[in-house]
Design a protein around this ligand. Structure first.
Ligand code: SAH
Length: 268
């Protein structure tokens, strides 16, 4: 009888390969085929078998990514051939990662799927700079939201402004100024602190601090390129590791910070 194929949908975390879970490491080691997304650090492949076949899906930097339907067909074909497929995504596969869509497609096709959680950028990026996503003195909760929806429709930013909850915005850099304007129009005060954290847990991670008003009037510095997470709310004032932050340079009223990890790496 043929061996039964299976797909592991793995979250690889924000980039630092040490943030992989033990389950992810085991699944990578069991895989015959690995489909790896562009945001994933290729160092995770250290856990794969030598004979593994690696397929890169989703290129960034102007190149077109592999269409979703093709990726799903590929996974189905390999799993039906009895192979163990590891589909590796950045962060958590079910947080703005289309993990849900892929699980639906695979299970509809009768293929066994296992989801392995990863640490999502919305939590990892702020904490890389000592910003906790919740704090008891900074409001009762947090909203994870995307700045970029599939059909171009916007989240109702004014309504979100009225919740008084912290906002953690994925895929928001391109529309950051417009988002800030909507939040101010929705009643959020212009003094609300904002942190934009780019390439968290990578070798060039950086964060920029500003007020909501500054974000609205000046936008982001060019040094804070995608991928980045935007955190808006009082939690930004609750940096629990202030000693870990170094002032790097100070463009128009904003503070650009480098983390202790990067400073240590620069010293080595
Ligand atoms: N599934 C992923 C999110 C995919 S959407 C997760 O759970 O993290 C892609 C968005 O995630 C990017 O536009 C950016 O907003 C955010 N992102 C991913 N990796 C990041 C990183 N290392 N630093 C900052 N933001 C990141």
């Amino acid at each position: 009888m043929n061996k039964r194929g299976k797909v592991f949908l793995i979250g690889a975390g924000p980039g630092d390969p040490e943030l992989l879970t033990i389950k992810a490491v085991k699944a990578l080691g069991a895989a015959d085929v690995i489909l790896i997304d562009a945001l994933v650090n290729p160092a995770v492949l250290e856990h794969a078998q030598a004979r593994v076949r690696v397929i890169e899906v989703g290129k960034r930097g102007g190149c077109r990514s592999t269409p979703q339907a093709l990726i799903e067909r590929l996974m189905m074909r390999e799993a039906r051939a009895g192979l163990v497929v590891a589909r590796v995504k950045g962060g958590d596969p079910c947080m703005f990662g289309r993990g849900g869509e892929e699980v639906e497609a695979l299970t509809r096709a009768g293929i066994e799927v296992e989801i392995i959680n990863g640490i999502t950028a919305g939590i990892a990026a702020p904490t890389a700079f000592g910003i906790p996503v919740t704090h008891r003195e900074a409001g009762p909760g947090v909203i994870f939201v995307t700045g970029h929806t599939r059909d171009g429709a916007e989240p109702d930013w004014r309504a979100l402004a009225a919740t008084n909850l912290s906002l953690v915005i994925y895929m928001g850099t391109a529309r950051a100024r417009a988002i800030a304007a909507q939040l101010v129009a929705g009643g959020m005060t212009a003094a609300t602190p904002v942190a934009v954290i780019a390439r968290a847990s990578g070798v060039d991670e950086c964060a920029e601090l500003m007020s909501l008003g500054e974000l609205e009037s000046h936008g982001l510095s060019p040094s804070v390129a995608s991928p980045a997470i935007i955190v808006i709310g009082e939690v930004v004032r609750r940096q629990v590791l202030p000693a870990d932050l170094t002032q790097n340079h100070r463009p128009v009223g904003k503070l650009v910070l480098v983390s202790r990890r990067i400073r240590e790496m620069a010293r080595d």
